[in-house]
Design a protein around this ligand. Structure first.
Ligand code: FDA
Length: 581
């Protein structure tokens, strides 16, 4: 082998690849080369609901402020609505994305970050620019062709799409973050279960539509309009910028039979129909098809090659979990890869990527597809043809038994969509309980999740494998409150202790020469004060106990006080978490 070109070679500059490259560079000083087949970052808005967990990763990268400044706020996402047209009959609406007055507290108490709407085309340039600043090498218009895994490195063949010139690159590890048609996953020979669903047709437009939205702000606005038989009755105005830029989903009718080649005139006619009037100036920026899938890879890793993001999980946009999950995948992999590259961990640690992330991928693919079924049932109920809609509406408005039944069924289905647009649980709960890089003490029992609705409720526990709960703490009476999440992460393990935990602090300090670990104590007279007494309620340990938190904010281990042997105990736990035994 000639010299390594980079420690890590990443295929893909989307949310998964760009986040991984940035984390490796910024937190660990690890150089990666990113290959991307396109000219630049996403040229259409694509995924946009940006959840709190994804923003916590960005907060860890000190990018929260920058990204919040270019996002639309939670208030702009307040509703999801069902309408005949933007000016026509409304069928109903739901409070969405943490805006339900009864649920706001759950969102606010779960994270220091807020929900926002951040289109991928705005997110990706920030990740790439920041990555380049920290030394990531981006090679756009460069295609991954193939790889060969050797004993201690991977040899990758790449091709310039401009010149056709091929180049061999050597890296210690290869990561396929190359999206839903991942060549890396295919070459690994990892099977993908599931199927392709339908093609979606999106139209990206600019138009000042303030008057249709200012009284009912919302990211997702379903239009159920069967007036044009050549189009599907189902469409959606998805906010990109309030209220002047949108992506409009509008699908061809499946009964059409003819090739689907709408002209700009056809599209505009349908847009005006979906609006309900033709007085708005519309600029069509682009239109494109994309494939919606229901697929899950069997494994995320084989040897020196790993896959993350849409390469491994592909699903409808329901619940807005696409790019958010890609970002969490990257956060899970970054520290493991970095610790292995830097000699702090055994290569076995990489095997926990599948163990921890596949169940998350599986749950979001399943949830997105279940959510899709609810939409289908709702559309069917109020009719997908002009005739069926007229009958349904007459029944809905009638003071008859049938009318009452239909209204109840409609309301029940709308309530079920609540599992999509107010599902803070699935956004936040990514449980790694029992995984190889967490250790539960035998006297710690089991985390009892019986009866917990994991879709809706956030698990707040320091049980190993749970995400460290966010609570507010303060440095002193003069300082701003900070989150417990602000103490952890940024490339390091963190040991949290309290009054009487000095031996744990000393133990961590003695290991800090060998691997990144820091300590903080929380309590009266400690590094931080539990001013709101929230930490005391969630920490699950005694004052002199300790909670060990991984660089990706997940609890690795926790314990109550120990009489002696703190150093060897902590050393043993870390070596277990890092794949050594
Ligand atoms: P992503 O697909 O973003 O990136 C893949 C990267 O790999 C790109 O940089 C690409 O150039 C590169 N690549 C691929 N093959 C390569 C090769 N052989 N060599 C080199 N580079 C290669 N989701 C949603 O929730 N709501 C939505 O409305 C939409 N809309 C939408 C529209 C379109 C057109 C697409 C393609 C996708 C969506 N999505 C979406 C899905 C969402 O965009 C998706 O979940 C994330 O982008 C996945 O992020 P990844 O980083 O995993 O891959």
């Amino acid at each position: 082998m000639s010299e390594l070109d980079a420690e890590v070679l990443i295929v893909g500059a989307g949310p998964a690849g760009a986040t991984l490259a940035l984390l490796l560079a910024k937190h660990y000083g690890i150089h990666s080369i990113v290959l991307a087949r396109h000219r630049g970052t996403a040229n259409t808005p694509r995924a946009h609901i940006f959840n709190q967990r994804a923003m916590e990763v960005m907060r860890d990268l000190s990018l929260e402020g920058k990204l919040t400044a270019i996002s639309s706020s939670a208030a702009d996402m307040a509703h999801t609505s069902w309408l005949h047209s933007l000016t026509g009959r409304e069928y109903g609406r739901l409070w969405s994305w943490g805006n339900d007055p009864l649920r706001k507290g759950e969102y606010e108490s779960s994270s220091p970050c807020s929900m926002s709407d951040l289109p991928q085309s705005y997110l990706e340039p920030v990740l790439v620019d920041e990555g380049i600043k920290h030394g990531v090498t981006y090679c756009f218009r460069t295609e991954f062709v193939s790889f060969v895994e050797e004993t201690d490195h991977v040899r990758v063949l790449a091709r310039s799409r401009d010149t056709g010139q091929e180049r061999v690159l050597f890296s210690r590890y290869l990561v396929g973050a190359d999206g839903a048609r991942s060549s890396v996953l295919t070459q690994l020979g990892i099977p993908v279960d599931g199927r392709q669903l339908n093609n979606a047709f999106n139209v990206h437009i600019k138009a000042d539509m303030t008057r249709y939205f200012q009284h009912r702000p919302g990211s997702l606005n379903w239009i159920l309009n069967p007036e044009a038989p050549e189009w599907s009755a189902v469409g959606n105005f998805r906010m990109v910028r309030p209220w002047t830029e949108f992506v409009v989903s509008m699908h061809p009718s499946t009964k059409n039979g003819r090739p689907f080649e709408p002209t700009h005139e056809d599209i505009k006619r349908r847009l005006y129909q979906m609006i309900g009037e033709d007085t708005v100036d519309i600029q069509i920026l682009s239109s494109y098809q994309w494939t919606i899938n229901d697929q899950l890879a069997r494994s995320w890793q084989k040897g020196r090659v790993m896959c993350i993001g849409d390469a491994t999980h592909r699903h409808p946009p329901i619940n807005g979990l696409g790019s958010n999950t890609c970002i969490s995948d990257a956060f899970n992999l970054a520290w493991k890869l970095a610790f292995v590259v830097q000699g702090h961990a055994s290569e076995r640690l990489l095997g926990t990527l599948t163990e921890e992330r596949r169940p998350v991928g599986e749950s979001i693919v399943r949830r997105a597809n279940e959510g899709m079924e609810v939409h289908r049932a709702l559309w069917q109920l109020i009719g997908l043809t002009k005739e069926a809609r007229e009958v349904a509406m007459q029944t809905m408005e009638s003071a008859t038994r049938e009318g009452q039944v239909l209204r109840e069924r409609f309301n029940t289905l709308l309530d079920q969509v609540d599992d999509e647009v107010q599902a803070v649980g699935i956004q936040m709960n990514q449980l790694y309980i029992g995984s190889g890089c967490t250790v539960a003490e035998s006297d710690d029992g089991k985390l009892d999740l019986t009866g917990v609705n994991l879709l809706k409720k956030v698990v707040k526990s320091t049980y190993p494998g749970c995400h460290l709960p966010h609570v507010w703490i303060v440095k002193n009476s003069q300082s701003e409150k900070i989150s417990t999440l602000d103490l952890v992460g940024r490339g390091s393990f963190t040991l949290l202790t309290g009054i009487g935990g000095t031996e744990w602090v000393l133990a961590a300090e003695s290991l800090a020469e060998r691997l990144p670990i820091r300590t903080y104590s929380i309590g009266i007279g400690c590094d931080y004060m539990d001013a709101y007494r929230e930490w005391t309620k969630v920490r699950g340990i005694s004052d002199d106990g300790a909670v060990l938190v991984r660089p990706d904010h997940f609890v690795a281990w926790r314990t109550n006080g120990l009489a002696s042997g703190h150093i060897s105990k902590l050393e043993g736990i870390l070596s277990q978490c890092l794949g050594y035994n």
